[in-house]
Write a protein that binds this ligand. Structure first.
Ligand SMILES: NC(=O)c1ccc[n+]([C@@H]2O[C@H](COP(=O)([O-])OP(=O)(O)OC[C@H]3O[C@@H](n4cnc5c(N)ncnc54)[C@H](O)[C@@H]3O)[C@@H](O)[C@H]2O)c1
Length: 333
């Protein structure tokens, strides 16, 4: 089988993770082009991940014109999304795109139409969906073994200045839109479609940091069409150097404590005796999301997180942000 001709757009932090995956899947993928607005970064990726054999571009439009591609990893910062998805789709190139896929719903919906019209496969980088604990619980919800869900409690705590664009709300969308979208997506994945959202957020710890306009504390309540409720709390003022992303899920038959998406304790509350199950895993989530995309391309099937899911989770976090701005409960359409 000929490896898919693969490109990366945006050769920064998370792209390293995906480039590593590409090098792990040598039978399936070959890195043939690297694009970054900063020449040295694209050069560096070509050297590090393709022994200098990948062509280097500053402009992805030229890359799509000049290099025949099968697959592209889009690792741009939120503010930089423009027409790269439209161009990939127009050239018949399948794609993995990092979250958030855009900063507004018009752009997200345009991306979605382009992908669906072209019939290319897409995967959005919500890798928590591939954690073994999340997979087990999702299957139990789907089969009915877990019973109906009632409550999801999500927490995301970190303390990092991140990059200048991250701190700038106009460029990143803020902490909920850029980062906590993972937790919102997980809540959607487990509980179904949201109905309303109410959120409060503010910059509590970083008012003196130049250019820091994102929120660093937030609390959000989401109601779901099936009656379930989620509370999601987040801060960027917790323990320096630690990224804590945990959740609890309470269903009719289960109480689950996720220490992360791979690891959880399940309390089976529908039994007359106490039974707990522990799931402990070190599964490589990035490898799993890429493999899922490759399977969808080869079989014509659906990825776990097509771009429509990226658009929906974006819509939810934008609704949360709007709620915080207006002080109102926002209906999620
Ligand atoms: N799934 C995850 O866990 C995860 C983790 C980190 C980041 N991310 C997401 O990945 C995206 C990128 O984040 P990052 O931390 O890698 O950012 P980064 O700033 O480290 O890298 C982004 C790169 O894109 C380049 N770039 C910007 N505009 C460009 C353009 N128009 N054309 C070509 N290159 C351009 C920059 O020069 C930079 O090298 C963000 O949306 C972020 O939310 C996801």
């Amino acid at each position: 089988m000929t490896p898919f001709r693969t490109a990366i757009i945006g050769c920064g932090g998370i792209a390293n993770r995906h480039a590593t995956t590409i090098t792990q899947l040598t039978d399936d993928l070959r890195l043939v082009a690297c694009c970054d607005a900063i020449q040295e970064r694209a050069d560096g990726f070509s050297q590090k991940y393709a022994n200098g054999s990948a062509r280097v571009y500053l402009d992805y439009r030229r890359m799509f014109e000049e290099v025949p591609l099968d697959l592209v990893f889009i690792c741009l910062p939120p503010f930089a999304h423009a027409d790269e998805v439209d161009l990939a789709a127009a050239h018949g190139v399948h794609l993995l795109i990092e979250k958030p896929i855009a900063l507004d719903t018009d752009t997200a919906n345009r991306m979605l139409r382009a992908v669906e019209t072209a019939g290319v496969k897409s995967q959005v980088g919500f890798m928590f969906r591939f954690g073994e604990a999340v997979e087990t619980v999702a299957e139990m919800l789907q089969s009915g073994a877990a019973g109906p869900p009632g409550l999801f409690i999500g927490r995301y705590l970190c303390n990092s200045l991140h990059s200048p664009w991250w701190r700038d709300r106009a460029k990143s969308g803020g902490q909920i839109v850029e980062q906590i979208i993972h937790t919102f997506d997980l809540a959607r994945y487990l509980l179904g479609e949201p109905a309303t959202v109410f959120s409060r957020m503010r910059n509590q710890f970083h008012q003196d940091v130049d250019g820091y306009t994102a929120e660093d504390v937030s609390g959000t309540v989401v109601t779901f069409a099936n009656g379930a409720i989620a509370t999601i709390s987040a801060t960027n003022g917790a323990i320096p150097g630690q990224w804590i992303s945990q959740a609890e899920l309470v269903t009719d038959h289960l109480t689950v404590s996720f220490t992360d998406s791979n690891n959880a304790t399940l309390h089976h509350t529908n039994l007359s005796w106490l039974r707990t199950t522990t799931i402990a895993s070190q599964k490589d989530l990035f490898l799993a999301e890429t493999r899922d995309l490759l399977t969808a391309i080869r079989t014509g099937g659906r990825t776990r997180t097509p771009i429509s899911e990226g658009a929906r989770s974006l819509q939810l976090v934008l609704a949360a942000r709007k709620s915080a701005e207006t002080g109102q409960v926002v209906t999620v359409r």
